[in-house]
Design a protein around this ligand. Structure first.
Ligand code: ZN
Length: 465
């Protein structure tokens, strides 16, 4: 109820203010004689952040602009601005509420910053010192465990042994990535460990119900729901998501895009390979010649679970082939070409001397699969669909243990880490098949009922005879 009232109040306040707009930062400004008596932020996680300002000045303040944002990798220097309502005078009291449902959900642990740009009646401008805070709930008693230079594990449940296990898995994952895949951390990565999936879901807006973990490479943040009974899954998931952060960092640019098979393949590779179930599924696909084309797993993975799992296994197999055959230096070269804006075909050709089809041919040969079927439209790429980036789990595939790709974390001044996945409706072919099946079903029922009536009538007729 408290939350509802807060939300309603925030809504009323927000409606009175102008929508934040994106503008370029202006020049540096002179210092004025303003006395700020209150400059604070109130977090209503995960919904809103309200920034408040109170000040006095000898000269009337005529303009108050809030500049705010998040600390993250962005394309270009943009600053969000908000224009809170206030009464011009020598005393100013004002506030502005950042609505996360409007701007896009931010991952827990995001560093928020803000500052005020004030203008007095003489036209002199003053900018207050930039303040920062961590976007996080105050419901959980968060503790932090640092492991080395790059790992910050934040948790509120589980004993030290549990955290140690996760921490060393993460550490080993970083080492593996550095030595085997040529991916190294450049800045600390914050890993938020929720005690279960429900707590994780409460922390992020707009997430599908099966979220198990998520990487936000632009923020250097990983979030996971790991209970103590899920330690083995958690150890794999933490490495998987960390790898997405490393890949995101290495390839960050406003130009290129990393195909899904490459990103997910590296993540599964860093886990140490496939579990026995996934390995079997891959071998079946090789034997039955049901492998998916590499082009078809460049955009989005299928929503059909079997195909999705095979997509992960194949992605791993392709990465394993590339790294084992050509080494990690070539992998780094490939990722850097993608960062520099090359298409995947050009990046592959420049690095390895073959394009996607050539890669598929070489990979199929290496794993003993049938040659690639020659399609009438070899370059056709499927429309990307919603991508569940599942962490393969040994011994089964529980529905909860899946991790989607990062959602847009745009806060008005940032770039989404990856295109926001949109859940599309069922394909037309599926709809038609279902429709056809319904008609068939009705027809069968109709024939059955008709037959029954005719038989009954016949029987009645017989009796009457
Ligand atoms: Zn993934």
């Amino acid at each position: 109820m408290r939350r509802l009232i807060a939300a309603v109040l925030a809504g009323i306040l927000l409606s009175a203010f102008r929508t934040p707009t994106l503008v370029k930062a202006s020049h540096d400004l002179a210092v004025s004689n303003i006395e700020v008596t209150r400059n604070e932020i109130l977090l209503n996680f995960p919904e809103t952040a309200t920034v408040r300002l109170s000040l006095t000045n000898d000269i009337e303040i005529t303009s108050v602009v809030l500049e705010y944002g998040t600390e993250q990798q962005t394309c270009g220097e943009v600053i969000a601005k908000a224009f809170p309502e206030f009464i011009p005078g020598t005393t100013v009291d004002t506030q502005w509420t950042w609505e996360m449902r409007q701007s896009g959900s931010l991952p827990p642990g995001t560093q928020l910053w803000w500052r005020w740009r004030l203008t007095d009646a003489n036209g002199d401008e003053t900018v207050t010192e930039t303040q920062t805070t961590t976007w996080l709930d105050d419901e959980h008693n968060w503790k932090t465990f640092n492991n080395g230079e790059f790992l910050r594990l934040h948790y509120y449940e589980g004993n030290q042994a549990f955290i140690n296990e996760l921490s060393s898995a993460a550490y080993d994952g970083l080492q593996f990535n550095e030595t085997q895949s040529g991916l190294s951390a450049e800045s600390p990565i914050n890993i938020y460990i929720y005690s279960d999936t429900d707590d994780l879901k409460d922390a992020i807006l707009y997430e599908p119900s099966w979220t198990g973990g998520q990487a936000f490479p632009d923020h250097d943040i990983v979030i996971l729901g790991i209970s103590e009974s899920d330690l083995a899954w958690g150890q794999a998931a933490i490495v998987h998501e960390l790898t997405h952060v490393l890949v995101g960092h290495l390839t960050f640019s406003c130009l290129g895009d990393v195909p899904t098979w490459l990103n997910e393949g590296l993540a599964v590779y860093s886990e140490g390979g496939l579990d026995s179930l996934s390995q079997r599924q891959l071998e079946d696909a090789i034997r039955n010649d049901t492998l998916l084309s590499v082009r078809s797993i460049s955009g989005g993975f299928s929503e059909v679970p079997d195909k999705a799992y095979l997509s992960y296994s194949q992605s791993y197999s392709i990465i394993n082939f590339l790294i084992e055959s050509y080494g990690q230096d070539k992998m780094t070269e490939l990722l850097l070409s993608l960062r520099d804006g090359l298409t995947i075909d050009n990046a592959l050709t420049q690095t390895y001397g073959f394009d996607i089809d050539g890669l598929e041919d070489a990979w199929r040969q290496a794993i003993g699969a049938q040659p690639r079927p020659v399609s009438a439209q070899p370059t056709a790429e499927p429309t990307p669909t919603f991508v569940p980036t599942i962490v393969p789990i040994s011994g089964g595939f529980p529905a909860l243990q899946v991790t989607p790709t990062p959602v847009s974390t745009s806060s008005g001044n940032g770039q989404p880490t990856e295109p926001t996945p949109t859940r599309t409706g069922p394909p037309l072919s599926l709809t038609l098949i279902l429709l056809g099946m319904c008609c068939m079903f009705l027809l069968v029922i109709g024939i059955f009922v008709l037959g029954f009536i005719v038989r009954r009538d016949n029987m009645k007729a017989g009796k009457n005879e």
